[in-house]
Design a protein around this ligand. Structure first.
Ligand SMILES: [Fe+2]
Length: 254
């Protein structure tokens, strides 16, 4: 089910393509979980823009600049944890979920979109969590229980809860089901229920060349549809001091 509550954030950002309002960006991320800007047409543009927000976090697949070129790469695309280099659909997930503390922000800049498909969706867990509490408390027990899941990408391993308390009524999420996420067989039905609820709450986002989306990676999951043709997206992971730790669940989620 599409959630159009965040469209104001997109429209506002696109209307102000060439101005950098750090307070506005942080405010939009706090309110909506993500923010979109225009005018980032090159790796230099993307890095210059993001340098105001925080510090780049290196990734296994990134260049020394911290930028990862996400495009179809045969040979590795079928390996667990490398699906970003395929043209297949990606289920909802947070990035770098095996790290002790995943990067706070995920930025993706569109160089060129595919001829068909490949759209991004953002899933705001601040809205999903209260719905789970109401309809599926057993899923909340699953995601908050210590040592019930393990995320292991071959370099990093995390054995702990999917949803961590990081302050009073504030939480940090991590989630993956890409072959590097390990769950107990008896939890299969609850994981399926969780994925179903995550998919019910999504904001489809169609981005074009020069647009950059910045997502709160501790709050929102992201997913991608299957695509055809060439597609190139620049990914940068960041930590920032401009956001309070974790997220607070939405009190008005319906
Ligand atoms: Fe991702």
């Amino acid at each position: 089910m599409a959630d159009f509550g965040s469209s104001q954030a997109i429209l506002h950002a696109v209307e102000e393509p060439h101005r950098f309002f750090l307070d506005d960006i942080i405010s939009n991320i706090e309110i909506h979980g993500y923010h979109i800007v225009d005018g980032c047409h090159s790796e230099g543009d993307v890095l210059a823009f993001l340098s105001r927000l925080g510090n780049t976090v290196q990734h296994r697949d990134s260049e020394s600049t911290g930028v990862t070129y996400l495009a179809t790469k045969g040979g590795i695309a079928n390996l667990p944890g490398f699906a970003g280099f395929s043209s297949e659909a990606l289920p909802p997930h947070t990035d770098r979920s095996a790290l002790p503390v995943p990067p706070r922000l995920l930025a993706m800049g569109w160089c060129f979109a595919s001829s068909a498909g490949g759209d991004l969706s953002v899933h705001d867990f601040a809205k999903i969590l209260p719905r789970l509490r109401k309809a599926h408390p057993s899923v909340v027990d699953l995601i908050t229980e210590q040592l019930r899941i393990r995320y292991d990408d071959g370099e990093q391993s995390f054995h702990g809860p999917m949803l961590e308390a990081v302050g009073e009524n504030r939480f940090r999420l991590r989630f993956r089901i890409d072959g590097n996420g390990y769950y107990r067989f008896v939890d299969s039905a609850l994981i399926s229920l969780l994925v179903q609820e995550i998919n019910r709450t999504q904001m489809p986002v169609r981005l074009g060349p020069g647009q950059l989306i910045i997502i709160d990676n501790h709050r929102c999951l992201h997913s991608r549809g299957h695509y055809c043709g060439e597609r190139l997206v620049l990914r940068v992971l960041l930590d920032t001091e401009h956001l309070e730790a974790g997220f607070e669940e939405c009190s008005d989620a319906t």
